[in-house]
Design a protein. Structure first.
Lengths: 110, 115
């Protein structure tokens, strides 16, 4: 079992839809969680960073962490074609080593 | 503020050669981490440096090595290249420091192709 499992996709939605991206993790030692967005031929771009259970909101993006069920989600409201990218969840611990999910490719259709 | 800069962006090598990749972190960031990204394995951690010292290492063979300079710039080296080393190599920087878990910011990577 991978330490971080991510819904593989691909996911295709119409413009304006609410997108839900999900990951689960298996190691309770994980302390903090991130969501990255990666466009083709670019490096991952940090979207959200959180270390506690609950919701964290930043504009159209909401990161949700449930440590009791080891579940993390990213919600995108009012999705735009420019949101089309691969989304990566990641967890980190004391070793400052990030473990990534396999990524979900999202396409937002105009 | 300039982001993480990686050079070169693209590199083509043949089996058996060695290669050195360079990374300049965000100004003020003292921790530099390296990752390998492939379609099959995704993003995998190679190693992390802080204050010129390797603090953590992933599960890669000894052919993969790195170093960090006093200005926090980092290089990674891969010797005796194999076809399976073809990948996007990503560098990430963070503020670092003992016991802190600062978010990591990535560069755009070096695309290494082995012929």
């Amino acid at each position: 079992q991978k330490e971080v499992e991510q819904d593989p996709g691909p996911l295709s939605v119409p413009e304006g839809a609410i997108v839900s991206l999900n990951c689960t993790y298996s190691n309770s030692a994980f302390q903090y969680f991130m969501w990255y967005r990666q466009y083709s031929r670019k490096g991952p771009e940090l979207l959200m960073y959180t270390y506690s259970s609950g919701n964290k909101e930043d504009g159209r993006f909401t990161a949700q962490v449930d440590k009791s069920s080891k579940y993390i989600s990213l919600f995108i409201r009012d999705s735009q074609p420019s949101d089309s990218a691969t989304y990566l969840c990641a967890r980190g611990g004391d070793a400052r080593q990030l473990t990534f999910g396999s990524g979900t490719q999202l396409t937002v259709l105009p | 503020k300039a982001g993480v800069t990686q050079t070169p962006r693209y590199l083509i090598k043949t089996r058996g050669q060695q290669v050195t990749l360079s990374c300049s972190p965000i100004s003020g960031h003292r921790s530099v981490s390296w990752y390998q990204q492939t379609p099959g394995q995704g993003l995998q951690f190679l190693f992390e440096y802080f204050s010129e010292t390797q603090r953590n290492k992933g599960n890669f063979p000894g052919r993969f090595s790195g170093r960090q300079f006093s200005n926090s710039r980092s290089e990674m080296n891969v010797s005796t290249l194999e076809l399976g080393d073809s990948a996007l190599y990503l560098c990430a920087s963070s503020l670092g420091g003992t016991g802190t878990n600062q978010p990591q910011h990535f560069g755009d990577g070096t695309r290494l192709s082995i012929l």
